[in-house]
Design a protein around this ligand. Structure first.
Ligand code: ADP
Length: 613
């Protein structure tokens, strides 16, 4: 009940549009810490009070010793009973209560929630990054960075508001009380504090640097390992076991280097601390007693100073580790911040939604080069009438996939315009653009979820009946009914393995087609949509696809020319330019690139579109 109250003070998974975090450390942390500012502020107060209470407890011990010595054992309770009771009340009740409050805020309110809300907001921001952002990096590395940076930023915020405040108040008030008893008594403590700060100044930056290196090494290693697991098929096929081992070993060795470095620092630091702590305790005790024999201070003050020095020994290790840890987390945060704050390369320039009237598409003088010197698509013009079905043909690398990716605005073009129903696709939201285009590609990877979720990905609001109808239309229902996964889930509930590896290529493609049927978008793109299907299934599906196309505008890419020969118009691409266009028959008559490609595929037999169909 109490837990629940503190756990729900802030909702970590709030549904708001994730914005780009700033790239300056404290601004970055503040960006994510904002919803927690009240909790963090309260923690500053509780940790201050807790530190004061603890030092106060030691001081009371000294005072009570003096009172007891002066009053004698018979009179002590009668004379100073109230003082004793008050001290007991504070130490036994108020101190624990404050600590519990601090823990509730820290552990229930901040720890889990803040890390999760950073992941939530960071993840949703990353999902808006372009495909090239992910093509440039290991998925495993990006994921690790997100997870680590969330912890790093949370720890930095917590340590600054909790540990740092607590430690500073603790050392500060200890010093003041020493001073109040006798300025001379502060001698060892001052020397200790100076050495402590020097030690800190020497070690902390070194530890922060090595931690940052280590966190970089860790994401690199995770990236390498995940890469091998993800491409396990290739690894096995090429029996690259030894090479893979070497790749992983090299990564691990590199990381071991930073681990060793860190451990050496830890031992060196620990040795110095033990030494100066021993000196502090011994000299405080000796000096205290000398001052007492000279009548400068009371026995109670000696007891206070000696016990607090003993306690400082434990705290000094803890505090220094926490500070090193703070800098480590600052390093981790700085390291991940660059990735998490990368500006989105493709942004919505307006809030306008694409409104489809009849589905005409125009490529108007489009140039695009993937940032390379020579353009992949150069001054490209193409207009599709509403409902027109166009086939894109050309050698591998001609630019066919690039063209459809540009239509989907997976990349921004360098010059020219792409318009759908007279609306520039760069001036409508990406969501509205893509929700109006159904795509089936050749390498359909499915989500590691149930078949139902995979099909419903096309339209999350779809009913069970609609999902089944779509599956049937995609010729997928027969095999779905027979599916059973390891956990004995069957049919639509069966899970498909990461990227759908537990299904055959043809089955995956049929799921992808079902998904697009369910989505029912007015524009369709088939990029080698049936390439993974055997001829029989393809023949069965082709009919369904014709059904599905209806009056939609369609762009289809296929290597097997027979599958697109019956389209309204074929566009033949070469090096990003249109070299021929027309119907199948017209192109054969032209006897150009298309005719030669067709000849090769049909074994020299020149047929007509009807023959092909
Ligand atoms: P097609 O689909 O006709 O086989 P693509 O559109 O895939 O051709 O490729 C056209 C050209 O663009 C090729 O030269 C290819 O190397 C290049 N290309 C494709 N994708 C990328 C990318 N992500 N980054 C850089 N160059 C690319």
């Amino acid at each position: 009940m109490v837990f629940r109250i503190f756990e729900t003070l802030v909702n970590p998974l709030k549904d708001e549009v994730p914005t780009r975090p700033p790239v300056k450390l404290f601004a970055f942390i503040w960006h994510y810490a904002k919803p927690y500012r009240w909790l963090l502020g309260t923690m500053i107060i509780t940790s201050t009070v807790i530190a004061l209470l603890e030092v106060f407890a030691f001081q009371r011990v000294g005072v009570l010793v003096d009172l007891a010595a002066n009053a004698g054992s018979e009179n002590f309770l009668a004379l100073h009973g109230t003082e004793l009771a008050l001290t007991v009340l504070i130490i036994a009740l108020i101190w624990p209560l404050m600590s519990v409050l601090d823990d509730l805020i820290l552990l229930q309110g901040v720890m889990g929630n803040m890390a999760m809300s950073i992941r939530w907001r960071g993840h949703r921001y990353l999902l808006r990054q372009s495909s090239s952002f992910f093509a440039d990096d290991f998925a495993g590395r990006v994921a690790t960075k997100l997870m680590q940076t969330a912890l790093g930023a949370r720890e930095t915020a917590v340590k600054l508001t909790n540990i740092l405040i607590w430690g500073t108040v603790y050392f500060g008030s200890a010093f003041l009380l020493f001073f109040a008893n006798d300025p001379l008594l502060t001698g060892p403590l001052v020397l200790w504090l100076i050495t402590y700060v020097i030690t800190m100044r020497y070690f902390v930056p070194k530890m922060a640097a090595i931690s940052e290196r280590q966190s970089e090494d860790r994401s690199m290693l995770t990236g390498r390992i995940v890469d091998a697991y993800t491409n396990i098929g290739t690894v096995k096929l090429f029996s690259t076991g030894p090479a893979e081992d070497a790749y992983a070993r090299e990564g691990m060795q590199k990381m071991l280097g930073s681990v060793y470095g860190q451990m050496r620092l830890a031992t060196g630091l620990s040795a110095i601390l033990h030494l100066i702590n021993g000196l502090l305790i011994a000299s405080t005790l000796a000096l205290g007693l000398i001052l007492w024999t000279n009548g400068h201070i009371s026995l109670g003050a000696v007891a206070f100073a000696a016990t607090l020095s003993l306690r400082l020994q434990g705290i000094s290790h803890y505090f220094l580790w926490e500070i090193a840890n703070l800098f480590e987390n600052i390093g981790t945060t700085q390291n991940g911040m660059e990735l998490l704050s990368k500006p989105l390369s493709i942004v919505d320039k307006s809030e306008n939604s694409l409104r489809i009237k009849n589905g005409s598409i125009v490529f108007d003088d489009v140039t695009f080069s993937y940032g390379k010197e020579t353009s992949v698509i150069g001054n490209f013009d193409l207009a599709l009438q509403p409902g027109e079905k166009v086939g894109l043909v050309g050698r591998s690398g001609a630019g066919k996939s690039t063209l459809v990716n540009l239509l989907l605005r997976l990349h921004d073009i360098e010059s020219g315009e792409i318009r759908i129903d007279d609306q520039n696709i760069a001036h409508v939201t990406q969501d509205s653009l893509r929700s109006n285009i159904g795509v089936v590609t050749q390498d359909t990877s499915l989500m590691h979820r149930s078949i139902r979720e995979n099909i419903a990905y096309g339209r999350p609001s779809a009913t069970e009946e609609e999902i089944i109808t779509a599956a049937k239309k995609a010729e997928a229902w027969d095999f779905i009914e027979g599916l059973e996964d390891k956990k004995s889930r069957t049919g639509l509930d069966a899970h498909v393995g990461e990227r759908g590896v537990k299904l055959s290529g043809g089955q995956r493609q049929r799921i992808a087609i079902a998904r697009v049927i369910l989505k029912d978008a007015p524009i369709l793109i088939f990029d080698e949509a049936t390439s993974a299907l055997d001829s029989e299934v393809e023949a069965a599906i082709q009919e369904r696809l014709d059904d599905l196309m209806g009056d939609k505008t369609v762009i289809a890419i296929a290597h097997r020319l027979s599958t697109i020969a019956a389209m309204d118009r074929l566009i033949v691409l070469d090096q990003g330019r249109i070299v021929e266009e027309g119907s199948h028959n017209a192109l054969l008559a032209e006897n150009g690139l298309y005719a030669s490609l067709w000849k090769r595929q049909s074994g020299g037999f020149i047929g007509t579109a009807e023959d092909a169909a």
